[in-house]
Structure formats: C-alpha cells, structure tokens
Design a protein around this ligand. Sequence first.
Ligand SMILES: Nc1ncnc2c1ncn2[C@@H]1O[C@H](COP(=O)(O)OP(=O)(O)OP(=O)(O)O)[C@@H](O)[C@H]1O
Length: 338
Amino acid sequence: MDITIHPLQEFMSIIEVQGLSKTYPVALKQPGLKGTLNHFFRRTYRSIQAVQDVSFTLDTGEIVGFLGPNGAGKTTTLKMLTGLIHPSSGQVRVAGYIPFRRQPQFLKKMSLVMGQKQQLLWDLPALDSLKINAAVYQIPEAEFKHRVQELSQLLALEGKLTQPMRKLSLGERMKAELLAALLHHPPVLFLDEPTLGLDVNAQAAVREFLREYNRRYEATILLTSHYMADITALCQRVLLIHEGQLMYDGSLDGLLERFAPYREVKVELTELVPLEQLNQYGEIETMEGREVRFLVRREDLTRTVAQLLAQLPLEDLSVADPPIEEVIGRLFKQGVEG
Ligand SMILES: Nc1ncnc2c1ncn2[C@@H]1O[C@H](COP(=O)(O)OP(=O)(O)OP(=O)(O)O)[C@@H](O)[C@H]1O
C-alpha cells in the first residue's frame, strides 16, 4: 500500500480531485408487514449517486465558491476532501495527503467548519475548549496565547472567550467556532455555510475575517454558501455542481454569461402603463410604481430597447446584468442544462 507523504511544495495544486464519485446505498422498504419482514430478511438496496466523476484543482491561496442547489453533492464532496467519508472511486489529495487516511499530519493541514454544527462545548467558555485544541495540536503555551490574541482581535471577540458559549450571540458563537478551527493555522480551510442564519452585520464580519485570514496566511479556502453576498465578496472563481456533476468551473462573471442569457432593463416611466402593455417587452422582474425591471434575452436586447424608447413614456432607461442571486436562484430552480 502506498503511504508516501508528499511534501506540500512538491504539489502545484494544494487540492487535487480526479474523477471523484460517491454512491450511497439506501435500503428500500415496502409498506406493510410483508415489507417490514422482507426488509428484515432480504433487504434490497438502491444507489444514490451523490457525486459523479468530479475533477478540479485548487491552487494555494485561492478562495473558491462551491455552488449548487440542495442535494447537489456539496457536503458529500467536502466530507470526502476532509476524509470523513471514503470515495466510491476517484482520487483526492489535499496538501499532499490522502484525506481518508486521516493521518495526524494531514489533520494539522486543514479544518472543516460547518455552519450548522458546533465543536465548542455549550456550557464551557470557548477558551477552555481552545486549550484542549491546543493540546491536541501540540501548540506551545506562548504560541497559543499569541494566536488566541491575534485571532480574537481579528474576529472582535475580545472579552467573549471567557464567557460560556451559551451566553454568546449566534454571530459570536460562529466567530468562536472559526477561531477554534484556525487555532492550528491550517493552510486549507473548508467551510460549509459559515454564515448560515447570521444577521447581515455578522455575515459581513465573518467575510471580512476570512478575507484577512486568507491574505495573512495564504490560506486556500473552499466554501459553500447560500448567501451570494459571501460568494461575490470572497470568490473570484466558482465551482457549480448539480445532481452530483460538476457543471461549471470558472469565474463568477463567466458563470453569469453562460447561465444568464438575458439582461436586466430598468425603466422609469413618466406615467403608469397597463400591465398587459408592459408584458410584451419581456418578463417583468419587479414593478414598483413607475419603476419596472424587465428580463430581456441578450439577442433581443437592441430591438426591445428601441421599442421601449419608441413606444413608452420614459423618464429613464438603463441596462445591467441581473443580480447574481436572481441568476443562481433561477438556475437552481430550472435545473442546470449541459
Ligand atoms: N449518508 C447518506 N446516505 C444516503 N444518501 C445521502 C447521504 N448523505 C447525502 N445523501 C444524498 O446524497 C445527495 C447529495 O447530498 P449532499 O448533502 O452532499 O448535498 P448538498 O449539495 O450538500 O445539499 P445541501 O445544500 O442541501 O446541504 C442527496 O441526494 C442526499 O440525499
């Protein structure tokens, strides 16, 4: 068995994923007593292909957004990248290690933060849990103090770490979780919905912190988020997964061009116009008083703008890309095609 540990610097890419797949067997059960007996004695299974033949690489220092609708396979992929579950097939290397072997040296190289799961103990002050982490990761006392001070300053958590976790706000708890996850200064960070449920200010604070951590330590970050503001603020590059398959790997702008074959035309009317008349110019996205936003297919743009100018009483007209939330939401609802 190959257990060679490759030093980090030998790798061009800090994360390498090749042909990664995961199939979950799910036991089938028919209703009724007969079904229960059959389930007990002759269990039958069906397979769920959660991740199918996914390949990508991430270079050191990249922050990449991992997008996909519910059930697309994001968490399953993150679990394979962190060694929590074994791939059904394919290769993964993170910082030169094969994650599923869960070698201590690998565990020092990465962290996984899940927005809906906590590692810090509820009744204890975060500082007590952090001391346990320091012992696990063999961080010397002086270095521990230095790191806690640095990270709590960056996260604006000073004074909060000595209070029991249950007394902290949701945003403070998430920040304390991040501090705990980064105490050993991992070069690779996996984040699954790190801003889930946080208010707008706390979301912005977490984003700002991640950006700074990435800049200071050249950390590589792969993150999932349903908040497009996280993605647009942090990620130049996104991976889009749908039904277990990687549909797109590239820039956020490129994603818009490829998956948003329409543009947004905003008009300010001088007087109200009946809805049936407006409907002929394109799909009405929003209508507030005399301000109407249309979605117009890119190929129809020139003709539609000319018609709007000629036929409607206009105060103003502007053309822009539709908001990314709108594009992604629509994409996930309709399903990604090819
Ligand atoms: N342990 C499991 N056993 C069986 N099926 C599973 C298991 N975990 C996930 N799945 C299935 O695999 C598919 C991918 O799930 P996964 O949790 O990876 O998606 P996701 O993209 O993270 O979704 P979400 O955004 O809702 O968290 C889904 O169909 C899910 O029901």
